[in-house]
Design a protein around this ligand. Structure first.
Ligand code: HEM
Ligand code: HEM
Length: 215
């Protein structure tokens, strides 16, 4: 057994899945207090993942996600043992990070044109707010498409006998030969909690109080 995913990468993934589900439903239903609070926590989560991508375990590193087009094609065509994301999976991860940051940033500049606006709306010209609103509505379709392809790919690998979900839950695999460099995810969770408190303190007080009917 070789450990390939540290505790933070594993927790990050399932928190991300829950966060996106809550954001999708709350955005669609117009429950914007819940939407904003979840959006701020997700922003902290994504920022922590980027920080962890700079000095976390080797399989969490952002630098390990960049491969030549040839390596990506090879990974799609041939089954090669890899430690961490394979080159094709790495492209998927980069696409996810980009789409999620576009969704978060556009949300921060979006407004429902009645009462509620993202915290950056006051700092940018109105044309940007219109653009951000359109982006926020259209980018979600790309994100949903990426999620569909992602789940399809995981199911495809499962049919070929690779239990990637089990590995992402337990952190361990029998497929890799060499043990990658691992860091304890605890440090990343501390960064996540500190950033969440910071973002919620800065922008989240109103929606938090409205959500819990305080004041
Ligand atoms: C909202 C839906 C989802 C999003 C946005 C998402 C996003 C991601 C991201 C960003 C990663 C890379 C993790 C990292 O390096 O930090 C990843 C990996 C992974 N995801 Fe998801 N995911 C979603 C749903 C799911 C579901 C439902 C499953 C299970 C059926 C799943 C299974 C996996 C697996 C197994 C990996 C590791 C792939 C590998 O071994 O290279 N994901 N996902
Ligand atoms: C990954 C994160 C996010 C996802 C998946 C998401 C998703 C959505 C969805 C599905 C809608 C409904 C769009 C429609 O009416 O067609 C929506 C609306 C909205 N979102 Fe987000 N959102 C995210 C982050 C944020 C953030 C961080 C903010 C601001 C702090 C925000 C602010 C808004 C606003 C103001 C609306 C209402 C727009 C309107 O009524 O026209 N969102 N979002």
């Amino acid at each position: 057994m070789v450990k390939v995913w540290d505790g933070f990468v594993r927790g990050f993934h399932w928190l991300l899945v829950c966060g996106i589900a809550i954001l999708y439903i709350s955005g669609d239903e117009g429950w914007l207090d819940l939407h904003f609070v979840t959006g701020y926590v997700l922003l902290a989560l994504m920022l922590t993942r980027i920080i962890w991508g700079c000095f976390g375990s080797s399989t969490a590193r952002l630098a390990s996600l960049f491969h030549s087009p040839k390596a990506v094609m090879n990974a799609l065509l041939k089954d090669q043992p890899t430690t961490g994301h394979n080159p094709a999976g790495s492209v998927m991860v980069l696409v996810f990070f980009t789409l999620i940051f576009i969704q978060l940033l556009s949300g921060l500049m979006s407004s429902d044109d009645i009462l509620i606006e993202g915290p950056l709306v006051q700092y940018v010209p109105y044309a940007w707010v219109e653009l951000a609103n359109d982006l926020h509505r259209d980018n979600i379709d790309l994100l949903l498409m990426a999620i569909g392809i992602h789940i399809g790919a995981i199911a495809f690998y499962r049919m070929k006998g690779k239990k990637l979900v089990k590995t992402l839950v337990t952190g361990y695999t029998t497929e890799s030969a060499d043990q990658p460099f691992m860091r304890s995810g605890k440090v990343a969770y501390i960064i996540f909690v500190v950033l969440s408190i910071g973002v919620l303190y800065l922008w989240g007080q109103e929606p938090l109080m409205a959500l819990f009917n305080v004041g």
